[in-house]
Ligand binder design. Sequence first.
Ligand SMILES: Nc1ncnc2c1ncn2[C@@H]1O[C@H](COP(=O)(O)OP(=O)(O)OP(=O)(O)O)[C@@H](O)[C@H]1O
Ligand SMILES: [Mg+2]
Length: 456
Amino acid sequence: MRGDGLQAGATTVVGEGGGETVRVYVCAPPQDARLFVSALPPGNPRGVEVVSFGSDASTLEQDVQQLGVTVVVVSPQVRNYSDELVARLSRWPDLLVVVGLAPPTGDWARQLTTAGAIDVLRTPVTDRTIDVFVSSVPGWLNRAARMRAGPGWVAALPAQAAQAVQAMGYRQGVWVFWSPKGGAGKTTMACNVAALLGVVAQRKTLLVDANMNGGHVDLHMGVETDTTLASLAYLYHARGELLPRHVQEHVAPWRAGASLDILPGIQRVEQAGEEPLRGRQGQAFVQGLLDVAGRMYDFVVVDVGSSVNSPVHRTVLAQADGVVVIATPDRAALVDTKTTLETLESVMGLERSRYTLVVNMWTDQAGLRRGDITRFVGLSEAGLVPYETTGGMLLAVNTGEPFVLMNLKASDPRTQQVVDALAGIAARVYPPLDTIWQHRGRPVKRKTGLFDRLFG
Ligand SMILES: Nc1ncnc2c1ncn2[C@@H]1O[C@H](COP(=O)(O)OP(=O)(O)OP(=O)(O)O)[C@@H](O)[C@H]1O
Ligand SMILES: [Mg+2]
């Protein structure tokens, strides 16, 4: 007997032309796997069959690979389950759907979907569960295929490269993007580097908008929240302490399945002048925030405003592990950069070892030579980002998607150069990103033809 929604799905999507079946692996405790196995044996007429099952997740990735399955049902109650495993499977290079199987109570469903599961079924497993499962498969496969073809989708690394990346050391830390001159690309750089660390490299990353003129990081990243740096500052002002829980409650996750959180900045400039962000109070708040967040995340990426008269900006600059100074190749900006650095050195005791230079909006037509810039400013160069001429950077801001994620697989070489340069800067922060970046564009393998059928 066929399930309700299956017939249409199976004939138009799954079963068309050659009786192609969807192969399923069930990784669940025996009592939850049993009905899947008995109701959907190989060769059954519903077009969806369980090819294998198990209650230990340690070989799941290997099994998925070897058995050529396109749907995995995974319960968090199996041995060796981890959210990371679900995250990796949800970013499988080939077409793969990960469905969670959650106990009826507790927060499992949210945990599974946050990790990357496309949907969640509840236990106990009944005939109805199996019917819902079978009829949902075509829709899930379509969604998984669309996600893979969409911008910003990054495949998990092949096992060997993932191991190599894991073995590489890196230093956690707070990184700030700053320029003494406005409009040099601080926000652009902070948002894109954070996206590279938190989305492409999947390291736990917090992007903070600490620009007291308003950095609009929320607009750049396409997030909307009521909680901001200002509301967190008010909370600290009222309580006199800042706990990880407070930070957690104020940040917004960028998207489900990504390791990137965002703390949007002040929404109105007058907030910068209010008690919680002013003077010593503002300074103590920022110190507390970077301390706490530095322990919660692998990387904290901060966008600040140009003015060093703001205690918030000054505190971020003083406390960051690395300061990336952004300069554009025009004489006024470079003179500004040089003199402000000299002032910081004498007033704040700036140590140049923490500072590096990124030249943004580079063009050969500016009449400057690369080496001259670093020599003039007195900082070593951490990267050079070409001037983006296709309009893609403005499009990114206007769509609220980080430029690098919109152009992971850019076909235009001019765009490619810019995203490669941004990835190079992020790799200074997190060196394994080089390896991850090389693997990012692996095309989805189409060995089953299912992808074409679903998506073509
Ligand atoms: N490499 C680049 N090529 C072309 N345009 C760029 C490049 N980098 C940044 N831009 C554009 O320049 C403008 C200013 O960038 P951004 O807002 O990041 O600067 P900012 O330093 O944060 O400015 P502010 O001082 O106002 O905070 C934006 O429109 C951005 O899209
Ligand atoms: Mg800005």
